[in-house]
Design a protein around this ligand. Structure first.
Ligand code: 5AD
Ligand code: SF4
Length: 442
C-alpha cells in the first residue's frame, strides 16, 4: 500500500470534494496517512476565496517538496487555486505533477497515472459538459463520514457578487437530481450518519430534477427527512435572494431540520449591497429573519460580513453595526474585503485603506463576539440535545459534540457511551467558543 496525504483548505464543498477524491484514489492501492513525510501521493485541495491563497499554496508546496527525503512523491494541486492558476503552477513549482480544477476531479486517477508514467506535467481545468457528479464512480459516494456528514446537492453560482471568485472557479449553478441525492443520503445513514449537512455554494438556489418535476430545497429536505434513522438536517450556504415559501414551511414543520440558518448578509448598507450586486436590501433581509422567527421562535442565525468593500464609508459601516445589533446573531464570520483578480470589485477605484479595514473588522468582531458569548450564556441551565462524534475534549474522558446551533459542547464520558449518539445535555457553563455540560441520557 502506498501513502495518500490530502490537505484541504477553505469551505465545506472542498471538504466534501476531498472525501470524494479519497474514495476515488484508495482503490488504486493507497492508504490515507496523516504524516506528509509518509506519503507517496500528496493532494492539496486549495481555496481561492481571499487573498494570500496563492502565496500560501507555493509556500506549502515548497515545504512539502523539501521534506520529501529523496523519495519520489507525486504532488497534485486541486481545488480553486488550481482552477485560477492553471499551468502557472508548473512555472512556480515545477516539481508538481498535476493541476486539476474542482469540476474535473473525476479525471484525477487518469491524470496521476499519466503524469507519473510520462514524467510530464498534466493539467485539467475544464468545465465539462457532463456534470462532475455523473463522472465519478458510484462507489465514491455515501461512504462513512461518521455521525455527521456533508452531502453536496448544488454547485457553482450565477449570481456574480462583485467581490467573489466563485462563479469563475466553480462555474455555473448546477443542481444534482433529487433521486441521486436521496440514494447518497440513504447510504450515508446506513453507514451510521445521524446528521446530514446539505451543501451548495448557493444551496437554496437548488432546483433538482425528480421524475420530470423540479424540486426546490424545501421539498428536498422534506423528502430526506423521511429517512427513519436520520435525526438532523442542515444546509449551507444560503442566499437571501433564494429563500422560498417551501423553505419557511420546512423550518416550521420539519423537526429534523435544525433551527439554525447561516444566511450571509455581507453588509448593512443598501448602497454597499447594491455595489456588491447582492440584489436585496437590508429591509428585505430583516423581513426574512422576522418571518423565520415568527414561524419558529427558537431559530437562530449566523452570517458572513465583508468590511471595507470599495466605497464603504464610516456611515455605511455604522449601518452594518446597526444591522448586527438589530438581528442579534448566535455567531458570525467577518472578513476584510480582499480584491480578487478578475472580479469587478478589484477594478473599483475607491478601495478602502488597509488600516481602515482593520479598524472596522476589530470593531465588528467585538460586537459579534459579545453577541456570541451572550447567546452561549443563555444556554446555561438548559437541557439541549447534543450530537457527539469521536472528537475528544481537552481533558481526560471528555468528548465534544454539537448543539442544534453548532455550538461545541464538552461533557465527561468515562465509559465512552456517547460516541456517535445524540444525548440530552444539561449546560453548566458557557464561554466564547464552547459550552460545558453533563449528559443525562439514561
Ligand atoms: N473578500 C473578503 N471576503 C470574501 N468573501 C468572499 N469573497 C471575498 C472577498 N473577495 C467572503 C464572503 C462569503 C464568504 C464565504 O467569504 O463573506 O460569504
Ligand atoms: Fe460568491 Fe455571491 Fe455566488 Fe455567494 S452568491 S458564491 S458570494 S458570487
Amino acid at each position: 500500500m502506498k501513502g495518500l496525504y490530502i490537505k484541504t483548505y477553505g469551505c465545506q464543498m472542498n471538504v466534501y470534494d476531498s472525501v470524494l477524491i479519497e474514495n476515488m484514489i484508495k482503490p488504486l492501492g493507497f492508504n490515507v496517512v496523516s504524516d506528509v513525510g509518509k506519503a507517496d501521493l500528496v493532494i492539496l485541495n486549495t481555496c481561492y476565496i481571499r487573498e494570500k491563497a496563492v502565496e500560501k499554496l507555493y509556500s506549502e508546496l515548497g515545504k512539502i517538496y523539501s521534506s520529501r527525503k529523496n523519495k519520489e512523491v507525486i504532488i497534485v494541486v486541486a481545488g480553486c487555486v488550481a482552477q485560477a492558476e492553471g499551468k502557472e503552477v508548473f512555472r512556480r513549482a515545477p516539481f508538481v505533477y498535476a493541476v486539476v480544477g474542482p469540476q474535473s476531479i473525476a479525471t484525477l486517477p487518469e491524470l496521476i497515472v499519466k503524469a507519473s508514467r510520462d514524467k510530464n506535467h498534466v493539467v485539467n481545468t475544464d468545465f465539462p459538459e457532463i456534470a462532475k457528479f455523473d463522472k465519478l464512480p458510484g462507489e465514491c459516494y455515501g461512504n462513512s463520514q461518521g455521525s455527521s456528514a456533508f452531502l453536496s446537492i448544488q454547485e457553482g453560482c450565477d449570481k456574480f457578487c462583485t467581490f467573489c471568485v466563485v462563479p469563475y472557479t466553480r462555474g455555473v449553478e448546477y443542481s444534482r437530481p433529487a433521486n441521486e441525492i436521496f440514494r447518497e443520503a440513504l447510504k450515508l445513514v446506513a453507514n451510521g450518519t445521524k446528521e446530514i449537512n446539505l451543501l451548495g455554494q448557493n444551496v437554496n438556489a437548488y432546483r433538482g430534477e425528480f421524475e420530470g418535476d423540479v424540486w426546490d430545497l424545501g421539498k428536498l429536505i422534506s423528502c430526506i427527512a423521511k429517512i427513519e434513522k436520520l435525526e438532523r438536517i442542515r444546509y449551507t450556504t444560503s442566499h437571501p435572494r433564494d429563500v422560498h415559501e417551501s423553505l419557511y414551511l420546512a423550518h416550521a414543520e420539519e423537526p429534523k431540520l435544525m433551527p439554525f440558518i447561516h444566511l450571509p448578509v455581507q453588509s448593512g448598507s443598501n448602497k454597499i449591497l447594491r455595489a456588491m450586486n447582492r440584489k436585496y436590501t437590508v429591509e428585505e433581509y430583516l423581513e426574512i429573519i422576522n418571518r423565520f422567527r415568527k414561524l419558529k421562535p427558537e431559530i437562530e442565525f449566523s452570517s458572513d460580513f465583508i468590511v471595507g468593500f470599495p466605497g464603504e464609508t464610516e456611515r455605511d459601516f455604522e449601518e452594518t453595526i446597526k444591522l448586527v445589533e438589530k438581528v442579534g446573531y448566535a455567531q458570525a464570520y467577518s472578513f476584510k474585503y480582499s480584491p480578487r483578480p478578475g472580479t469587478p470589485g478589484a477594478e473599483k477605484e475607491d478601495q478602502v485603506p488597509e488600516e481602515v479595514k482593520t479598524e472596522r473588522l476589530l470593531c465588528l468582531r467585538k460586537l459579534i463576539n459579545k453577541q456570541q458569548l451572550e447567546f452561549n450564556q443563555s444556554m446555561v441551565g438548559k437541557a439541549i440535545p447534543v450530537l457527539f462524534s469521536d472528537k475528544k475534549g481537552k481533558h481526560q474522558n471528555q468528548i465534544i459534540g454539537k448543539s442544534p446551533y453548532m455550538q461545541s459542547v464538552c461533557v465527561s464520558d468515562p465509559e465512552g457511551k456517547y460516541r456517535d449518539k445524540i444525548v440530552n445535555v444539561k449546560v453548566l457553563e458557557a464561554w466564547q467558543n464552547s459550552l460545558l455540560g453533563v449528559g443525562f441520557s439514561d
